[in-house]
Design a protein around this ligand. Sequence first.
Ligand SMILES: [Zn+2]
Length: 217
Amino acid sequence: MDGIDGRVRTAVDVWLRWLPRWQIGSARPRTRICRRCVGSPIATAAGFGPDVPHPVQHALIGRVSTIIDDAVDDYTAKNLPLLKRELDRSDARKRSAGYQPADGLSPEFQGLDVDPEPEPGSPFLFTLAELAGTGAQATSPREPLSDEAKAALHHEIALSDECARATGTAVCLALVEHRDRIAEAIERLVEPQIEALVSDMFRGLDVPGTPPRGGLF
Ligand SMILES: [Zn+2]
Protein backbone atom coordinates (compact mmCIF):
# COMPACT_ATOMS: atom_id res chain seq x y z
CA MET A 1 0.00 0.00 0.00
CA ASP A 2 1.09 3.59 -0.64
CA GLY A 3 2.71 5.54 2.18
CA ILE A 4 1.25 8.83 3.40
CA ASP A 5 3.03 10.84 0.68
CA GLY A 6 1.59 8.62 -2.07
CA ARG A 7 -1.91 8.74 -0.64
CA VAL A 8 -1.82 12.54 -0.33
CA ARG A 9 -0.57 12.81 -3.91
CA THR A 10 -3.44 10.58 -5.08
CA ALA A 11 -5.98 12.65 -3.10
CA VAL A 12 -4.71 15.85 -4.75
CA ASP A 13 -4.76 14.15 -8.18
CA VAL A 14 -8.38 13.07 -7.71
CA TRP A 15 -9.35 16.57 -6.55
CA LEU A 16 -7.58 18.13 -9.57
CA ARG A 17 -9.55 15.84 -11.88
CA TRP A 18 -12.81 16.77 -10.10
CA LEU A 19 -12.24 20.54 -9.98
CA PRO A 20 -12.98 21.31 -13.68
CA ARG A 21 -16.52 19.99 -13.10
CA TRP A 22 -17.16 22.39 -10.19
CA GLN A 23 -19.35 25.34 -11.06
CA ILE A 24 -19.92 28.40 -8.98
CA GLY A 25 -23.52 28.86 -7.98
CA SER A 26 -24.20 25.13 -8.38
CA ALA A 27 -24.39 24.84 -4.60
CA ARG A 28 -26.44 27.00 -2.30
CA PRO A 29 -24.59 28.92 0.42
CA ARG A 30 -24.33 27.01 3.67
CA THR A 31 -26.33 28.18 6.62
CA ARG A 32 -24.38 26.07 9.12
CA ILE A 33 -20.62 26.00 9.58
CA CYS A 34 -18.85 22.86 8.40
CA ARG A 35 -17.17 21.07 11.28
CA ARG A 36 -14.82 19.29 8.91
CA CYS A 37 -13.43 22.44 7.27
CA VAL A 38 -13.61 25.37 9.66
CA GLY A 39 -10.24 25.83 11.33
CA SER A 40 -8.87 22.68 9.65
CA PRO A 41 -5.05 22.55 9.53
CA ILE A 42 -5.52 20.72 6.20
CA ALA A 43 -6.95 23.95 4.69
CA THR A 44 -3.86 25.83 5.87
CA ALA A 45 -1.52 23.14 4.54
CA ALA A 46 -3.32 23.23 1.17
CA GLY A 47 -2.80 27.01 1.10
CA PHE A 48 -6.54 27.76 0.76
CA GLY A 49 -7.28 31.44 1.30
CA PRO A 50 -10.57 32.69 2.75
CA ASP A 51 -11.91 33.46 -0.75
CA VAL A 52 -11.81 29.85 -1.94
CA PRO A 53 -15.44 28.66 -1.93
CA HIS A 54 -16.34 26.08 0.69
CA PRO A 55 -17.33 23.23 -1.71
CA VAL A 56 -13.92 23.50 -3.40
CA GLN A 57 -12.13 23.33 -0.06
CA HIS A 58 -14.43 20.65 1.31
CA ALA A 59 -13.76 18.29 -1.59
CA LEU A 60 -10.03 18.22 -0.85
CA ILE A 61 -10.25 18.44 2.94
CA GLY A 62 -12.77 15.56 2.97
CA ARG A 63 -10.57 13.36 0.84
CA VAL A 64 -7.40 14.15 2.81
CA SER A 65 -9.20 13.65 6.14
CA THR A 66 -10.15 10.16 4.96
CA ILE A 67 -6.43 9.31 4.77
CA ILE A 68 -6.07 10.17 8.47
CA ASP A 69 -9.27 8.32 9.39
CA ASP A 70 -8.15 5.20 7.52
CA ALA A 71 -4.69 5.25 9.13
CA VAL A 72 -6.25 5.54 12.60
CA ASP A 73 -8.73 2.74 11.82
CA ASP A 74 -5.90 0.53 10.61
CA TYR A 75 -3.76 1.25 13.69
CA THR A 76 -6.74 0.65 15.96
CA ALA A 77 -7.61 -2.66 14.30
CA LYS A 78 -4.01 -3.88 14.68
CA ASN A 79 -3.03 -2.52 18.10
CA LEU A 80 -5.98 -1.40 20.18
CA PRO A 81 -8.30 -4.37 20.80
CA LEU A 82 -10.46 -2.74 23.51
CA LEU A 83 -11.11 0.40 21.48
CA LYS A 84 -11.75 -1.72 18.38
CA ARG A 85 -14.43 -3.66 20.28
CA GLU A 86 -16.08 -0.42 21.46
CA LEU A 87 -16.07 1.00 17.92
CA ASP A 88 -17.50 -2.24 16.49
CA ARG A 89 -20.24 -2.05 19.11
CA SER A 90 -20.99 1.55 18.25
CA ASP A 91 -21.11 0.62 14.52
CA ALA A 92 -23.57 -2.14 15.30
CA ARG A 93 -25.67 0.35 17.27
CA LYS A 94 -25.59 2.75 14.32
CA ARG A 95 -26.59 -0.01 11.92
CA SER A 96 -29.51 -0.93 14.13
CA ALA A 97 -30.41 2.77 14.34
CA GLY A 98 -31.82 2.43 10.82
CA TYR A 99 -31.38 4.47 7.66
CA GLN A 100 -28.67 7.17 7.83
CA PRO A 101 -28.87 9.48 4.79
CA ALA A 102 -25.23 10.61 5.05
CA ASP A 103 -23.79 7.05 5.02
CA GLY A 104 -21.91 5.88 1.96
CA LEU A 105 -21.37 9.32 0.43
CA SER A 106 -18.09 10.02 -1.31
CA PRO A 107 -15.74 12.38 0.58
CA GLU A 108 -16.78 15.39 -1.52
CA PHE A 109 -20.22 15.24 0.02
CA GLN A 110 -19.58 14.00 3.56
CA GLY A 111 -20.37 16.58 6.20
CA LEU A 112 -22.56 18.62 3.86
CA ASP A 113 -26.28 19.07 4.44
CA VAL A 114 -28.22 16.16 2.94
CA ASP A 115 -31.27 18.26 2.12
CA PRO A 116 -31.51 21.58 0.28
CA GLU A 117 -32.65 24.61 2.25
CA PRO A 118 -36.42 24.88 2.15
CA GLU A 119 -37.55 27.64 -0.19
CA PRO A 120 -40.64 29.67 0.66
CA GLY A 121 -43.61 28.54 -1.39
CA SER A 122 -42.08 25.24 -2.56
CA PRO A 123 -42.54 22.66 0.20
CA PHE A 124 -40.82 19.28 0.03
CA LEU A 125 -42.92 16.15 0.19
CA PHE A 126 -40.30 14.68 2.49
CA THR A 127 -36.67 15.26 3.39
CA LEU A 128 -33.87 12.72 3.77
CA ALA A 129 -33.22 13.99 7.30
CA GLU A 130 -36.77 13.00 8.26
CA LEU A 131 -36.09 9.46 7.05
CA ALA A 132 -33.04 9.08 9.35
CA GLY A 133 -33.60 6.28 11.81
CA THR A 134 -36.37 4.59 9.86
CA GLY A 135 -36.01 0.83 10.06
CA ALA A 136 -34.40 1.06 13.51
CA GLN A 137 -34.22 -2.06 15.66
CA ALA A 138 -33.97 -2.27 19.44
CA THR A 139 -30.53 -3.20 20.80
CA SER A 140 -29.74 -4.84 24.11
CA PRO A 141 -28.05 -2.55 26.68
CA ARG A 142 -24.29 -3.11 27.18
CA GLU A 143 -22.65 -4.40 30.37
CA PRO A 144 -21.12 -1.60 32.48
CA LEU A 145 -17.27 -1.46 32.28
CA SER A 146 -15.11 -2.13 35.36
CA ASP A 147 -12.71 0.61 36.52
CA GLU A 148 -9.73 -1.33 35.14
CA ALA A 149 -11.43 -1.81 31.81
CA LYS A 150 -12.26 1.91 31.70
CA ALA A 151 -8.65 2.86 32.47
CA ALA A 152 -7.36 0.45 29.80
CA LEU A 153 -9.82 1.86 27.29
CA HIS A 154 -8.77 5.45 28.11
CA HIS A 155 -5.16 4.46 27.52
CA GLU A 156 -6.06 3.02 24.10
CA ILE A 157 -8.06 6.17 23.24
CA ALA A 158 -4.99 8.28 24.10
CA LEU A 159 -2.85 6.09 21.81
CA SER A 160 -5.39 6.44 19.02
CA ASP A 161 -5.43 10.25 19.47
CA GLU A 162 -1.65 10.23 19.28
CA CYS A 163 -1.82 8.22 16.04
CA ALA A 164 -4.34 10.73 14.62
CA ARG A 165 -2.08 13.66 15.59
CA ALA A 166 1.05 12.08 14.14
CA THR A 167 -0.73 11.07 10.91
CA GLY A 168 -2.39 14.48 10.66
CA THR A 169 0.99 16.19 10.90
CA ALA A 170 2.54 13.86 8.29
CA VAL A 171 -0.42 14.41 5.97
CA CYS A 172 -0.23 18.20 6.29
CA LEU A 173 3.52 18.19 5.65
CA ALA A 174 2.97 16.03 2.55
CA LEU A 175 0.15 18.32 1.37
CA VAL A 176 2.35 21.44 1.58
CA GLU A 177 4.39 19.89 -1.26
CA HIS A 178 1.35 20.18 -3.55
CA ARG A 179 0.50 23.82 -2.77
CA ASP A 180 1.72 25.04 -6.15
CA ARG A 181 -0.47 22.57 -8.07
CA ILE A 182 -3.45 23.48 -5.88
CA ALA A 183 -2.89 27.24 -6.24
CA GLU A 184 -2.48 26.94 -10.02
CA ALA A 185 -5.78 25.04 -10.33
CA ILE A 186 -7.64 27.55 -8.14
CA GLU A 187 -6.28 30.43 -10.21
CA ARG A 188 -7.22 28.75 -13.50
CA LEU A 189 -10.58 27.14 -12.65
CA VAL A 190 -12.06 28.91 -9.62
CA GLU A 191 -10.98 32.56 -9.69
CA PRO A 192 -12.36 33.32 -13.21
CA GLN A 193 -15.75 31.99 -12.05
CA ILE A 194 -15.70 34.24 -8.98
CA GLU A 195 -14.73 37.24 -11.13
CA ALA A 196 -17.49 36.49 -13.64
CA LEU A 197 -20.06 36.19 -10.88
CA VAL A 198 -18.97 39.45 -9.26
CA SER A 199 -19.04 41.34 -12.56
CA ASP A 200 -22.52 39.90 -13.28
CA MET A 201 -23.68 41.20 -9.92
CA PHE A 202 -22.33 44.68 -10.67
CA ARG A 203 -23.92 44.61 -14.13
CA GLY A 204 -27.19 43.84 -12.37
CA LEU A 205 -26.80 47.08 -10.43
CA ASP A 206 -26.51 49.06 -13.66
CA VAL A 207 -30.21 49.66 -14.16
CA PRO A 208 -31.97 53.00 -14.82
CA GLY A 209 -32.61 54.92 -11.67
CA THR A 210 -29.50 53.75 -9.82
CA PRO A 211 -26.70 56.25 -9.25
CA PRO A 212 -23.82 56.23 -11.76
CA ARG A 213 -21.06 53.69 -11.11
CA GLY A 214 -18.59 56.33 -9.99
CA GLY A 215 -20.97 57.53 -7.34
CA LEU A 216 -21.20 54.15 -5.75
CA PHE A 217 -17.56 53.33 -5.26
ZN1 LIG B 1 -16.62 21.48 4.69
